[in-house]
Design a protein around this ligand. Structure first.
Ligand SMILES: Cc1ncc(COP(=O)(O)O)c(C=O)c1O
Length: 428
């Protein structure tokens, strides 16, 4: 394997169920990573396993272009009902989040006849060429350019770093005004096909877009005929306590992109959009061999049914409340935590030095992840500086296991920050 394929955690997974992963030594690990936000409904949910097995024995693949099948349409219909985009919604299935983003851009360009795309600092949209271009963190793209042309980046409204002395609404107004300026200084609004944003940045560090900003962005897009694309790949399917994070904002996107928890680990995603936008694509400009293959469709339908049955959104909301409270308590005790933030169960804390948002402590974050791994908890980081601990555990996690995982994080903080204080006093 190439060395470049990163490994967050030294353990080897052999099997998993619910929110527990079992490694090669038979050791149980509590999973706070959820396969990077993929198993909101838990590892191997029985109805999904059953649906996959049944479908695999019936029809694994024939390609929807070659011969259509009911499952693709059933899933599209289900998604359109869950996420209506205006009066008439259409759904295109894909294999991954990056592929969803690629297609959303192609659709937006064809629908508007414009080329420019605006994206954000801190954004992560995938690793294919266009999605990597849209991705912000330079560490993810070193040496991979030249990147796709006509992509413009504006700062994300990062309240923790830049909101000091302002309230969220004032802060949003400033950023919206800057966007209007951007249309005069960088690219005319009339040439912009779409603005793409994650309602809660995932890899960027669980930065939540302020309410007024996203609503304002919707208005700006309407004013200039720009399409608003919301990337829900990490924030979707109950993670924020709603099916979609955008449902917290009382707005509807023109296009949205999905994957991850949609198939409980089977590779499936989608683009959802207003019908007239989706239908503006020329024949054969979108599609592929595998998108929406029958086994993945069966997994996604069973996942969505199961999520409805267990009320995934209520689970997300409850879990988020517990984690937020515990993280806030930890912040009171450990000054290394500079910020606690998130939406629903998409919760994180940011580690900094000297209580300064501009002194990220990626080293401490690395040590904490390693401490947790040694004590039976898989947890991963986020953020362009790698200094943010994020929780992406299955939403079906048992409350006692959740607390056990949070206890491990807390004891790690206690041990590691005490060590730092000791090391500093030796230096003195
Ligand atoms: C918001 C967002 N968009 C797109 C992607 C890319 O998804 P995939 O890894 O399935 O290509 C990710 C993956 O982490 C993501 O978080």
């Amino acid at each position: 394997m190439p060395n470049a394929i990163g490994i967050f955690n030294p353990s080897t997974a052999v099997s998993a169920s619910g929110s527990i992963i079992i490694d090669a030594d038979g050791k149980e690990m509590i999973d706070f990573a959820g396969g990077i936000g993929v198993v909101n409904a838990g590892h191997c949910p029985p109805p999904v396993v059953e649906a996959i097995a049944k479908q695999a024995a019936t029809l694994i693949h024939c390609s929807f272009n070659v011969a259509s099948y009911e499952l693709y349409m059933q899933l599209a219909e289900k998604l359109a009902n869950l996420f209506p985009h205006g009066d008439h919604t259409k759904v295109m299935l894909t294999n991954t989040g990056a592929e969803s983003v690629e297609n959303a851009i192609k659709i937006a360009r064809q629908a508007t006849g414009r080329q420019a795309i605006i994206c954000y600092g801190g954004a992560f949209h995938g690793r294919t060429m266009m999605s990597m271009t849209l991705t912000s963190k330079v560490g993810y793209k070193l040496g991979c350019g030249p990147f796709a042309p006509e992509v413009y980046r504006i700062p994300f409204p990062d309240f923790y770093r830049y909101g000091s002395g302002l309230n969220l609404d004032e802060f949003s107004d400033i950023h919206l005004r800057e966007l209007e300026d951007f249309f005069h200084t960088h690219v005319p609004a009339e040439q912009v096909a779409a603005i793409i944003i994650e309602p809660v940045q995932g890899e960027g560090g669980f930065n939540v877009v302020p309410q007024k900003y996203l609503q304002g962005l919707r208005e700006v897009c309407d004013k200039y005929g720009i399409l608003l694309i919301l990337d829900e790949v990490q924030s979707g399917f109950g993670r924020t306590g709603k099916w979609a994070a955008y449902q917290h904002y009382d707005i509807t996107p023109d296009l949205s992109t999905w994957a991850k928890s949609m198939g409980s680990g089977m590779p499936i995603g989608c683009v959802i959009g207003k019908a007239h936008i989706m239908d503006s694509c020329k024949p054969s400009t979108i599609g592929g061999t595998y998108p929406g293959n029958p086994v993945c469709c069966a997994a996604a339908i069973a996942t969505l049914d199961y999520m409805e049955e267990i009320n995934i959104n209520a689970l997300g909301e409850k879990l988020g409340g517990i984690v937020r409270e515990r993280f806030n308590n930890m912040k009171q005790q450990y000054p290394a935590i500079g910020d606690v933030r998130g939406l629903g169960a998409m919760m994180a804390f940011e580690l900094v030095k000297n209580n300064d948002p501009f002194q990220p402590d990626g080293e401490l974050c690395k040590k904490l992840i390693s401490y947790c791994a040694g004590h039976g908890l898989i947890v991963i980081n986020a953020g362009v500086n790698g200094n943010i601990i994020r929780v992406l555990s299955p939403l079906v996690i048992d409350e006692s296991l959740l607390h056990k995982g949070l206890d491990i994080i807390e004891s790690g903080l206690a041990v590691l920050t005490a060590e730092e204080v000791k090391a500093k006093s030796y230096e003195l």
